[in-house]
Ligand binder design. Structure first.
Ligand code: FUL
Length: 476
């Protein structure tokens, strides 16, 4: 085992836009695929928010048909700063707003359709909620991202050759008028029945070819190179295959790039990724704090509990994915106080559960709380960690140094009970680690832990190991 410090400076990484294939130290075997620096920074955000807001909010719908009169849109007390403050307190590092959902209604005064905020009573048509939220994010230090639904149930020309150009022009407006965006969300729901300018019919498109995806990706990469592009199959990040917020305990940040397309039927594969995939496409777990994505008063009593949110955190961030938690803004234009309270309490509890690393030791690469330093372990190698004294613990956190790829295939964690080594029982497979893996298990008392790499794709760069004691009062 050898302790390493990253050799190349961050500025050089930025210049190259990728991490080097391998460091100057020849002990590190190259291991593809590897993330871009932007994918690493994105994964380090860990938790960020979604906001679903639009005409649907005022009609109690999830998928508006595209025919709702614009007078309906009139939030009386809208305050994007209230959203931003709430999200910061809930530990969110950024927010993605539905600039346009499937109903085609636009929350910014686009030049390209009348079906926008410009023709609503809100601020006498002078409002621009994309701009207001972009400003609030700047003020409160949140990153900003946008959702622009490819499917549009309003436009008469949806399904014709004209629509992909319209979509691209709207995308260009969003990419050029609102500052830096950290993520662009290309939803996978595509085609079906809609208003379509009064035609009121079914329209089917081929989601693999219709939108000219390569042209959209090129435009985003040119205008906002740092933006992570979400779609079912990436390229920046992928859907996790469910809307419950759960990634697999086995979760590879790889996909076969040519296999997955928008609307991919074999969604289950996305929960664990493709272990032999050729592209780095990490999973993002999108989930709503309520049953619906948009606000419905009847769901005021169905907000996820703190226990449920904490569980989602462990099964998303703790399973090598990110957690994208949706807040449905209500008809007044605010995040409902019950949702705020729940989300802030969730964050406090995560901080309490993972607040004090019992292994913390600044002198060792794996326990110094510095992602950039790591130890190298070969397959079969064991790392033993000693606690200062016999201690209770029930959480273990592991991190691979992913700029050089994801390498661990299977591992074991054991604790010494004073007589023998016992395997930690996390109730799930001990397979991949990736950017972050957190194990939850019944409390044990020990002063010795050991981690063994049972199988790996190449030598393992272990960035962090941490152990915690989450107070029993919260035990599941
Ligand atoms: C889905 C959409 O159809 C839902 O309305 C929602 O926006 C969710 C995040 O993605 O595909």
């Amino acid at each position: 085992m050898k302790v390493m410090k990253t050799l190349l400076s961050a500025s050089l990484f930025l210049l190259l836009n990728v991490h080097p294939a391998f460091s100057a130290d020849d002990m590190i075997t190259p291991c593809q695929p590897q993330p871009t620096i932007y994918q690493v920074e994105w994964q380090q955000m860990e938790t960020y928010a979604f906001i679903h807001f639009g005409l649907n909010t005022f009609t109690d719908q999830e998928w508006g048909y595209g025919d709702v009169p614009l007078e309906k849109f009139n939030p009386t007390n809208l305050d994007c700063e209230q959203w931003a403050r709430t999200l910061v307190l809930a530990g969110m590092k950024g927010v993605i707003l539905t600039a346009k959902h499937h109903d085609g209604f636009c929350l910014w005064p686009t030049k390209y359709t009348d079906y926008s905020i410009r023709n609503t009573p809100y601020l006498d048509g002078k409002g621009d909620i994309v701009g207001q939220l972009a400003d609030a994010c700047r003020k409160y230090g949140l990153k900003f991202g946008l959702y622009l639904s490819p499917w549009d149930r309003h436009q008469a020309f949806y399904g014709t050759a004209l629509y992909p150009d319209y979509y691209l022009m709207q995308m260009e407006e969003l990419l050029t008028q609102y500052g830096d965006l950290f993520e662009i969300w290309l939803d996978g729901a595509n085609g079906g029945d809609g208003w379509y300018g009064g035609a009121k019919e079914m329209r089917k498109i081929d989601s693999r070819t219709y939108y000219n995806l390569p042209r959209i990706l090129e435009t985003i990469s040119r205008l906002q190179p740092q933006a992570i592009i979400f779609s079912d199959g990436g390229p920046g990040c992928r859907w996790v295959g469910n809307e419950k917020g759960f990634a697999g305990a086995t979760n590879w940040s790889f996909l076969h790039s040519e296999r997955v397309y928008p609307g991919y039927e074999r969604a289950k594969e996305l929960t664990s990724g493709h272990s032999d995939g050729d592209a780095w496409v990490p999973a993002e777990c999108d989930v709503s704090i309520r049953p619906g994505w948009f606000y419905h008063q009847k769901e005021d009593d169905e907000i996820k509990t703190v226990d449920q949110l904490v569980d989602i955190y462990y099964r998303s961030v703790g399973h090598n994915a990110t957690m994208l938690l949706n807040f449905p803004v209500d008809r007044t234009g605010r995040i409902h106080s019950a949702d705020s309270l729940r989300a802030v309490t969730f964050h406090q509890r995560i901080q309490q559960e993972l607040g004090k690393n019992l292994l913390a030791d600044k002198k060792k690469a794996t326990t110094d709380d510095d992602f950039e330093t790591y130890s190298i372990l070969q397959t079969g190698e064991t790392l033993e960690l000693k606690l200062p004294r016999s201690t209770r613990l029930n959480r273990i956190l592991l991190q691979e140094y992913i700029p050089f790829g994801q390498r661990v295939k299977t591992f074991s964690v054991e604790y010494h009970n004073g007589k023998t080594w016992q395997t930690v029982d996390a109730g799930e497979e001990m397979t991949t680690i990736g950017y972050k893996r957190i194990l939850r298990f019944p409390t044990v008392q020990t002063r010795r832990l050991r981690l063994t790499i049972l199988d790996s794709r190449a030598s393992v760069l272990l960035s962090e190991v941490a152990a915690y004691y989450a107070p029993e009062v919260w035990k599941e």
